[in-house]
Design a protein around this ligand. Structure first.
Ligand code: FES
Length: 194
């Protein structure tokens, strides 16, 4: 009858040891089974992480983030006639890099003030590519007849806003750099597409 109270601490010690053994088994087992998952996730997400690392760094020698070298000052006529220039760049999605892809186009021209201007050639009406008409010294869209002056201003009410002017820089060696950007079409405000 008196033996039960004497065995109780020994039983408690055994059950505590069992609990700790099970606890550490679960913890260590969890770490071991999660390791391949973490390694796999790191491998899977690596392209996305890498994309963030290279963002803004694809144009070596760029005078600013996002600027692409597109032409040279020597290639522009001195009389201010616009020159159509396709824009190409490396396009990176999460898992692939597509080298030198066309992403849009611009009109470059020497301005009366001695600088260089750049306009996105995409019509702000519905997105067709505008043409330059030398006889009228205007830009004209072949789709619905939007027209623009050389400074991008509208000459009729078809387009909802002027042509989209882009940031442009000319470096000391005469290379022209454009910060290419597309904007939403069909709206009066300039809203970046991405
Ligand atoms: S898309 Fe240019 S006028 Fe409509």
């Amino acid at each position: 009858m008196n033996e039960q109270p004497q065995n109780k601490p020994a039983e408690e010690g055994v059950s505590r040891r069992n609990f700790m053994t099970k606890f550490w088994s679960v913890v260590i087992g969890g770490i071991v089974s999660l390791t391949p998952v973490v390694v796999g996730l790191t491998f899977f997400l690596d392209p996305i992480l890498r994309k963030r690392k290279v963002a803004g760094g694809e144009s070596a020698g760029s005078p600013g983030e996002g600027f692409l070298k597109v032409s040279s000052e020597a290639a522009l006529p001195a009389d201010g006639t616009p020159v159509f220039q396709q824009i190409r760049k490396n396009v990176i999605d999460a898992w692939n890099t597509y080298i030198d892809q066309p992403v849009g186009s611009v009109y470059l021209r020497k301005t009366e003030e001695g600088g260089v201007s750049a306009f996105n050639s995409e019509c702000p009406h519905l997105g067709c590519t505008v043409s330059y008409v030398d006889s009228s010294k205007q830009y004209k869209c072949p789709c619905h007849d939007s027209k623009f002056e050389l400074d991008g201003e509208r000459t009729n009410e078809i387009p909802p806003r002027p042509m989209d002017e882009l940031d442009v820089k000319v470096d000391e060696s005469g290379d022209i750099w454009v910060k290419f950007q597309s904007y939403k079409i069909g709206v009066s405000e300039q809203i970046p597409k991405n």
